[in-house]
Design a protein around this ligand. Structure first.
Ligand SMILES: NC(=O)c1ccc[n+]([C@@H]2O[C@H](COP(=O)([O-])OP(=O)(O)OC[C@H]3O[C@@H](n4cnc5c(N)ncnc54)[C@H](OP(=O)(O)O)[C@@H]3O)[C@@H](O)[C@H]2O)c1
Length: 416
């Protein structure tokens, strides 16, 4: 049946009762490929909540790089993570209204306004109780390793994923920070024990992770330098509190492409050294922390430029995940490499308080209508965006949902 997208902001039931079907953006295994084609709108049955689950009516959704990977089916098909359903409804960020709760849910009730964090784990895994849910064998990222994500009128989540929606934000602003902000929070605050006075190098500082890493450094009293691919993006990073920025186009030769000859590697290393000097000029010394997610292209430079006993914290390998670097710079100078993945519910709640207090702000580049899901992911795939992109679902227009005064989002209006 054709889905009437003009009706997406309307639902026929009241909180507590679910309609039979909903509009959803769906990836199917046989159409994995470029995001613009892989995502298609379909009419899907609305799931019932099981015990400790909640069905949320999505008011706005946030776009993340994980569903660029999901659309393309690389590095692995998401259908391997959720073989029990043949559709993938992506979307790992969302704001909305609790519509129906499953057995055992007592903290939330129909009508509550929420944002959703994207970590799921089974309550039966012992790691969840006293260690860290990220260590649980059942751990999955909702809307990436599960279906039933936020690019639909309704989403199915575990009750522990819900956070109070900040009153000072609109629906679209509330949908545009969770995944990348909470990831950056764990990387810097918990994994690296960020302190006032620390110096931090942030790759992709105008991207989804980088805009929050930069703000966290600012409020912690740390000094950051952001790497970007244009001066316009650099202006945004400076607005967010960085000490300065480096346009990576001026150091294109430092990027590891793989398979360099010894001569090429020598030239590449020379460029990394020149880059390290530029970082020192801005920060006054080498960084204590390098915030990594680019991976193959930048990792040898990250390990080289971080100061002795410093930390390279990494959560992704966008340019490639087989990392190749000169390990002498690691052991001789006693540096650490720390892997990090999303955040636990406690970290999400602590980080959310900083948003509620206006100390950290979402950075929105564009808010797009529901029919923009494929296009938004294609823009992200082509690195044409800054900060975050939000999608309106239940919200009829931008600017709705804010119930208290507050600074709201920073709007990244500079061009690309
Ligand atoms: N493990 C986790 O929990 C987790 C959480 C969030 C994200 N991630 C992953 O982290 C990665 C980044 O996510 P994001 O949301 O920040 O994406 P994003 O919004 O696309 O930002 C990434 C930034 O990286 C920079 N970049 C891209 N290609 C580069 C290259 N070849 N060399 C240097 N810099 C490059 C770009 O900045 P410039 O072009 O301006 O330099 C871009 O703004 C993705 O792979 C995502 O899946 C992992």
């Amino acid at each position: 049946m054709a889905v009437d997208l003009s009706q997406v902001a309307h639902v026929e039931t009241e909180p507590g009762e679910l309609p039979a079907t909903m509009a959803a953006w769906v990836i199917r295994q046989d159409r994995e490929g470029e995001p613009i084609d892989a995502f298609q709108v379909e009419e899907i049955e609305v799931p019932e909540p099981a015990a400790f689950e909640v069905i949320v009516r999505v008011m706005a959704a946030g776009v993340n790089f994980n569903n660029v990977w999901a659309a393309r089916g690389v590095p692995v098909s998401v259908f391997r993570s959720h073989p029990e359903v043949d559709h993938h409804i992506g979307g790992s960020d969302g704001s909305g209204i609790v519509w129906k709760v499953g057995a055992g849910v007592t903290r939330w009730k129909p009508g509550d306004e929420v944002v959703i964090h994207c970590n799921q784990a089974s309550y039966e895994d012992p790691e969840v109780h006293g260690f860290d849910p990220l260590a649980a064998p059942s751990q999955k990222i909702w809307g990436y390793e599960t279906s039933w994500g936020s690019f639909a009128q309704f989403t199915k989540v575990q009750a522990q994923q819900l956070l109070p929606k900040p009153h000072n934000l609109t629906w679209e602003e509330s949908a545009a920070y969770g995944l990348t902000y909470f990831t950056a929070y764990r990387m810097l605050i918990d994994q690296c024990e960020l302190q006032a006075g620390h110096r931090v190098l942030i790759w992709g500082a105008a991207g989804g992770l980088g805009v929050f890493a930069t703000q966290l450094c600012k409020i912690a009293g740390a000094r950051s330098v952001g790497v970007v691919n244009s001066d316009e993006k650099g202006e945004l990073v400076a607005r967010l509190g960085a000490e300065g920025f480096i346009n990576r186009n001026e150091f294109a030769g430092m990027m590891r492409t793989g398979g360099e000859t010894p001569e090429e590697e020598k030239a590449r290393f020379g460029e990394s050294r020149r880059f390290g000097k530029a970082v020192k000029e801005i920060l006054g010394a080498s960084p204590d922390i390098v915030f990594e997610h680019v991976g193959q292209a930048t990792f040898p430079t990250s390990v080289f430029v971080v100061k002795p006993f410093g930390k390279v914290v990494i959560c992704a390998g966008t340019t490639g995940y087989n990392l190749d670097f000169d390990v002498r710079y690691l052991w001789m100078r006693q540096k650490q490499i720390i892997g990090s993945h999303f955040a636990n519910a406690w970290e999400c709640n602590k980080a959310n308080e900083l948003i509620e207090n206006g100390l950290i702000r979402p950075v929105l580049w564009r808010t797009m209508p529901f029919d923009g899901v494929g296009e938004a992911h294609q823009l992200m795939r082509e690195n044409k965006h800054l900060g975050k992109i939000a999608i309106l679902v239940g919200a009829e227009r931008e600017g709705l949902g804010k119930t208290a005064e507050g600074p709201g989002a920073i709007y990244a209006e500079v061009g690309v």
